[in-house]
Write a protein of this length. Structure first.
Length: 140
């Protein structure tokens, strides 16, 4: 697991070099700094790479989860409070971030904040829901 974390962190940092304004490769590549017209907007190539890779990664993760669930012999019933809890805590984290950092509010930070809040909530939810029987295995 530790090796997976190290590989994931390293590849993430490497990819950030191609997809962020001050990234190592962006600063050295005129191609990544070029702008492409998308409707009424001129968007830098590095930003298109960033959002496209996020979209593709999200789709891949969704497909894998769907396939895993489809082929699993164990079916979990989720407590009716689980997803409302996720929504509540995600919303609270997002609102709190922008209450204390109003100057950072823009669409990019909003998306990153919401995604980060979702992942944080998905990690902490089981600890809060531990006392409640939130999933029960059953066979199909």
């Amino acid at each position: 697991m530790l090796l997976s974390i190290v590989i994931g962190a390293a590849s993430h940092l490497l990819w950030d070099g191609f997809t962020h304004e001050n990234g190592y490769f962006v600063l050295r590549s005129t191609y990544l700094q070029n702008h492409i017209r998308v409707g009424p907007f001129k968007v830098p190539v590095y930003k298109i790479c960033q959002h496209a890779s996020s979209l593709i990664g999200g789709i891949v993760i969704g497909v894998v989860i769907f396939q895993f669930r489809k082929h699993s012999s164990v079916h979990l019933r989720t407590n009716k409070f689980y997803w409302p809890f996720i929504l509540l805590i995600t919303t609270a984290i997002t609102i709190t971030r922008f209450l204390f950092a109003k100057h950072l509010f823009n669409i990019g930070n909003l998306i990153v904040t919401i995604l980060g809040a979702i992942f944080i909530t998905l990690v902490i939810a089981p600890f809060f829901m531990k006392e409640i029987k939130w999933s029960t295995p059953s066979t199909r």
